[in-house]
Design a protein around this ligand. Structure first.
Ligand SMILES: NC(=O)c1ccc[n+]([C@@H]2O[C@H](COP(=O)([O-])OP(=O)(O)OC[C@H]3O[C@@H](n4cnc5c(N)ncnc54)[C@H](OP(=O)(O)O)[C@@H]3O)[C@@H](O)[C@H]2O)c1
Length: 335
């Protein structure tokens, strides 16, 4: 089978011919129809990720059809259309992941390939309303966004700010918040992305690179109940200003680097909750799928590349001009 392999950091992924993997006990073999990129895939190519190994097929997100099952797995799975939960070995505790927790695509072989073997416990029925591109775009960003939204205690009457709406996780977080009935404000570095978010139903949109954007939000809407942030950086202190009394700030990433000058006075006086969140448990994944099915949510796909063009897809992510997920089409969509 064809696969995109990390042979060296700071170099393009190499398209290689690999043996079809053997299905072990408790696993399923999936013929992949689509995969999707996450910022993580880019960080890995740049050597900016813990525990990088070379010779590994990259990619965390994938969707396809089960072709074979290993010992102990119900053969009913064969022929079913599935998506993969890329967070493996979460463990028993819903509050946080186990020490064994790892993400498909590093250190284990991932989804930028024609086929993959994964534990049957990581496989979930593809929501019927999603096409292959949408299905592949959902898992990693979806479970991360869902847990972040849950931890932010978003409800029907919440006013939520989502920072950096161009991000894959941020966009799905907006869609989940809206499906729960919340009003959503967004920020971006791009007027075009703000316009797209407004067209999708955002109640307000702000350029985070403008010095007075916080003032603008406060003037238009007042303080917010919850904030979902994957950027951190020097802008993090603005979020403390925007969060209202009892507000929750959930952080799942630090694209803009470490937060600085956190004003603890604001944290304790406003009784804020600063919450960290990473991916999600299998229960989060299942509940995320429930919401996606009920609200007929479709992840936004920015662009689609072939497996051979995986390095162009990574370049698209590196530019940060994308709105939504960058998808890789594999094995032809009708095959
Ligand atoms: N903890 C977890 O489980 C988990 C899971 C997934 C991702 N992550 C991390 O979360 C981050 C986002 O991931 P992703 O896959 O959604 O990334 P992505 O699709 O590549 O999006 C990154 C977005 O960050 C926004 N951004 C950059 N600098 C910003 C700033 N100073 N202030 C506000 N927003 C800023 C940009 O939004 P605009 O284009 O709108 O300006 C950019 O499009 C990454 O750091 C990733 O490693 C963590």
């Amino acid at each position: 089978m064809k696969a995109a392999v990390l042979q060296q950091t700071h170099h393009p992924l190499v398209i290689e011919q690999r043996e079809l993997p053997d299905v072990s006990e408790g696993q399923v073999l999936i013929r992949l129809h689509a995969a999707a990129l996450n910022r993580r895939d880019y960080w890995i190519t740049q050597g900016l990720y813990p525990g990088i190994r070379t010779g590994v097929i990259q990619g965390s997100d994938g969707a396809g059809v089960v072709e074979a099952v290993g010992e102990g797995v119900d053969s009913d799975w064969i022929g079913r259309q599935v998506i993969i939960n890329p967070g493996l070995e979460w463990g028993e505790n819903e509050q946080f992941q186990s020490e064994q927790f790892h993400i498909l695509g590093m250190p284990s072989d991932g989804t930028f390939a024609e086929s993959i073997c994964v534990p049957a416990s990581a496989v979930f029925e593809k929501p019927a309303h999603l096409n292959w591109h949408h299905a592949a775009a959902l898992p990693l960003a979806g479970v991360t966004a869902f847990r972040a939204v849950s931890r932010a205690e978003v409800k029907g009457d919440s006013l939520v700010l989502i920072n950096g709406i161009g991000g894959g996780v941020a966009l799905l977080a907006m869609q989940f918040c809206m499906a729960l009935g919340a009003r959503v404000l967004v920020t971006s570095s791009s007027e075009t992305k703000l316009q797209r978010a407004l067209e999708m139903g955002a109640a307000g949109a702000y350029l985070y690179c403008q010095d007075d954007w916080v003032k603008q939000v406060l003037g238009d809407h007042g303080m917010v109940d919850a904030i979902i942030d994957g950027a951190g950086g020097t802008g993090y202190r603005n979020l403390l200003q925007l969060a209202g009394p009892g507000g929750r700030i959930v952080n799942y990433g630090a694209t803009a680097g470490p937060a600085d000058r956190v004003d603890l006075f604001k944290v304790f006086w406003k009784q804020l909750k600063l919450i960290g969140s990473t991916m999600g448990s299998p229960a989060d994944f299942e509940q995320m799928l429930l919401l996606v099915r009920e609200a007929k949510i479709e992840p936004i796909v920015d662009s689609v590349f072939s497996l051979e063009d995986v390095n162009l897809a990574l370049a698209r992510l590196a530019e940060s001009t994308q709105f939504g997920k960058v998808v890789i089409e594999i094995n032809g969509i009708n095959s």
